[in-house]
Design a protein around this ligand. Sequence first.
Ligand SMILES: Cc1cc2nc3c(=O)[nH]c(=O)nc-3n(C[C@H](O)[C@H](O)[C@H](O)COP(=O)(O)OP(=O)(O)OC[C@H]3O[C@@H](n4cnc5c(N)ncnc54)[C@H](O)[C@@H]3O)c2cc1C
Length: 381
Amino acid sequence: MDLSYTPEQQAFRAEVRDWLARHVPAEPLEHFDATRAGFEAHRQWENTLKSGDWGMVTWPVEYGGRGLDLIQWLIFEEEYYRAGAPGRVNQNGIFLLGPTLIEFGTHEQKQRFLPPMASGEEIWAQAWSEPQAGSDLAGVRATATRDGDDYILNGHKIWSSRAVFADWAFGLFRAPGSERHKGMSLIFFPLDAPGVTVNPIRKINGHVGFAEIFLENVRVPAFNRLGDEGQGWHICMATAGFERGLMLRSPARYQVAAAKLAALWQERKADADPMLEAEVIRAHMNAEAYALSIYQTASRLMAGAKIGPEASTNKIFWSELDIHLHRTALSILGPEAELLPPPGAQDWLDDYIFALAGPIYAGSNEIQRNIIAERMLGLPR
Ligand SMILES: Cc1cc2nc3c(=O)[nH]c(=O)nc-3n(C[C@H](O)[C@H](O)[C@H](O)COP(=O)(O)OP(=O)(O)OC[C@H]3O[C@@H](n4cnc5c(N)ncnc54)[C@H](O)[C@@H]3O)c2cc1C
């Protein structure tokens, strides 16, 4: 993509590239969902990033960031993916809770939670979904009962990514007797607190990528509530905006995958269906189009706008382009895709299976289409 960067932005890119070239592990780390050892290796990598002040470049310096803008973050991400650096085990903290804390937290909460998040000392899971409250998140039943300076938490959460090995979770709870969007609060709890039971859920690839969490009379200080009591829904929607629209899936992820797809095509095209060339080009164009739209969103946010329902269009776009890109790779590879990849090679099949989850997590695509219909197009419910 040919964007004009300022000399400062170009110098920043060179600095990131140089640092990553010296620090990215030579061998890929074991996946953080696979084993405790893989998780801890990724925690150590987060700590290495922090040692160079690269934990989260947009956060204020006093909370462990560099006080940079969103365009610099996008440049950082481009270099990060290009360097093949490890996946961010603390992505739920860094990319989702972090910006939410910066917007809604008190100074004391930011001081307490952001630095150990940036260093990987505390890894976070998101505990919103429940067995009867996924798409219909306002149906959450887990409760937070006020008791003096504490809350007592009870309930059952599910599909919590990273929770098997993580340290903390940010959960959505309601005041007893409250209904739907009213009476909700966002509350943090340690995953090893008395009364918390974390049951791993194994994915199709064998990794313990999710957990269900049972909370039985779990006591946490009211300090752990983000924002006002009852403001939980409003805060969650802000987090969901970061998740769907900008932070969770930076465009570099798809640009690098599209470049790998083009390389795969060059390597295999003699034996593949020639019609697939058009799909390889389409994957490349989709990734570039997504990058351009994110640069535009970032520029709008830097000018003071808030992310709105366009977070939903972005989410549908990145999740569908990811499936298309990986399906094209599998078509090029044919039955060979099902063989185990050589160590270090792109595992197209595993990544395809994960891509299939894209239209479900971060709010299903059907729900995003409802949001677009009602809030952007003004159609009736
Ligand atoms: C890989 C992955 C990671 C996840 N990580 C987390 C996490 O870390 N923390 C967390 O809290 N949750 C997480 N989730 C859970 C995720 O948020 C939910 O799966 C998702 O919100 C859908 O909820 P559900 O599974 O209960 O499906 P349901 O809500 O039961 O939906 C089932 C189907 O019905 C459709 N549907 C439902 N209501 C409507 C409607 N009104 N209009 C049209 N269609 C509708 C849905 O689109 C879907 O296709 C994760 C899920 C996945 C797959």
